[in-house]
Design a protein around this ligand. Structure first.
Ligand code: ATP
Ligand code: CA
Ligand code: CA
Length: 432
């Protein structure tokens, strides 16, 4: 599969940060998972726990390569969220900490956030601003309740919220979430759609230099593209989107988008698209695997991870009583691919196009609503700042959350139609 990003190895500027993030996750997630499951209380939503890591270790934390502080937020809430999203606890740990391999996407957005992929490409770590962090904590209960009522939500699935800090360094907040894109399929085109046209154009001539760039609303319209879903899928998709957007409106969230990755089944996977940048990074001690052609095929490391997860589960089982649902009650299939259980991610991790007669179409869409931690007040502030510089008010895309959401739903619903319907409309237009 196409691996985007650069490996984070010992020479990488963000190696220490990445190492500390993963070490902290491993420690805090294991710590919570080792306890008997229980119901959530109100206090769980506000909970935070601080840990100090150092080279020698102490009675609370194991020794680590570097000195750093790690803060774990609402661990029980996230444990329950991971369970709602059917993540296997052992699998999650293995994916995120297995040999400490991450690849960094750098900072693709304007926000300055950094993105890291787990080695198996299942998870994304996104660094977030303090304001976003505070906001997520504030809305966590609403988000949690929404997800319980809507397990098929299109919103980003949050699996953890943490903070790292090295001595004299700044505090780095980050979330762990689902990677919408699959490890084993090329994404031929990516779009980030907001339903606005202002500034929503990726310069087409730059596409040559960067064929995997994320395109925007105007590029989508220019290509006359549609989310080709027949009646059943279209209804389910629009209904879920409406419910999700309603929550975002209620929480006064803005600036989110629908991320759409399109896999064209006729093109399949093209070797030449493969990026050779993913390599291996691991802390001292263990022998490094040489990145070679096989490495690329091995990125998902399914078998290897399954084996390790099994070992880990075995270990957990012999250590502590673990409730049934955490270990053996799941079918092997579910354990292997929890996405199978979710309507919009059930077709090989995505949502396959259908025709008018509901027969399967030629594309698989990988989609979800992303970047949903921007509160309206933040945009307002930026808007005031820009107003002084840009003078024409019409160029400002920031509109209140109600209207933002309505416009978003209108746009996405408007482009959700089968190939047949689009052709019919075109013919009708030509007639009139
Ligand atoms: P900005 O605020 O400037 O829009 P940001 O730093 O908040 O940027 P996002 O909008 O969250 O970043 O994401 C930027 C890009 O990263 C997306 O367009 C997409 O290509 C990729 N990306 C983000 N989230 C995911 C995800 N869950 N799965 C796959 N790719 C993602
Ligand atoms: Ca964004
Ligand atoms: Ca953002």
């Amino acid at each position: 599969r196409v691996v985007v990003g650069t490996k984070v190895d010992q020479n990488h500027v963000n190696w220490v940060t990445a190492y500390n993030m993963l070490t902290g996750i491993r420690f805090t997630v294991s710590r919570t998972n080792a306890k008997m499951d229980r119901e959530l209380t109100d206090a769980d939503f506000d909970a935070k726990h601080k840990f100090s890591f150092d080279i020698t270790g102490n009675e609370l934390t194991p020794s680590a390569k570097y000195d750093f502080k790690f803060k774990d937020y609402a661990p029980w809430v996230f444990r329950h969220l991971r369970s709602t999203f059917r993540l296997d606890p052992a699998d999650y740990l293995v994916s995120l900490t297995s040999k400490y391999i991450l690849s960094e996407l750098g900072s693709p957005g304007k926000s300055g956030s950094f993105f890291y992929f787990s080695r198996d490409y299942k998870y994304i770590i996104k660094t977030i601003h303090h304001a976003e962090h505070k906001f997520l904590r504030k809305i966590l209960k609403d988000y949690y309740n929404h997800v319980q009522e809507n397990p098929n939500t299109l919103l980003s699935q949050f699996y953890g919220l943490h903070r790292v800090k090295i001595p004299y360094g700044r505090k780095i907040h980050f979330v762990v979430m689902n990677n919408l894109f699959p490890p084993h399929r090329d994404i031929h085109r990516t779009f980030d759609l907001k339903g606005s046209t202002i500034g929503r154009d990726f310069k087409e001539d730059e596409l040559e230099k960067n064929p995997r760039a994320t395109l925007k609303d105007l590029n989508w319209l220019r290509r006359n593209l549609h989310l080709e879903f027949g009646p059943t899928k279209k209804n389910a998709f629009i209904e879920q989107m409406q419910k999700d957007v309603k929550l975002l409106q209620k929480l006064k969230i803005m600036d989110y988008s629908l991320l759409v990755g399109i896999h064209d089944l006729e093109r399949g996977n093209e070797e030449n698209l493969r990026d050779k940048t993913l390599q291996v990074f691991q802390p001292g001690g263990e022998e490094a695997e040489e990145p070679g052609p096989n490495m690329l095929m091995r990125t998902p490391s399914k078998l290897e991870n399954a084996r390790k997860a099994k070992e880990l589960r075995q270990k957990i089982k012999t250590q502590k009583p673990i409730p049934m649902d955490q270990t053996t009650s799941k079918m092997p299939d579910e354990l292997q691919d929890p996405k199978k259980n979710f309507y919009f991610y059930a077709d090989d991790g995505g949502f396959r196009a259908t025709h008018e007669d509901e027969s399967a179409g030629e594309e698989i869409y990988y989609l979800g609503i992303i970047d949903c931690l921007t509160h309206y007040s933040l945009i307002k502030r930026a808007e005031h700042f820009f107003k002084g510089m840009m003078n024409t008010e019409s160029q400002i895309s920031a509109i209140p959350p109600e209207r933002y959401g309505d416009r978003f739903v209108r746009f996405i619903s408007g482009v959700t139609k089968t190939r047949e319907a689009a052709e019919r409309e075109k013919a009708e237009e030509a007639e009139n």
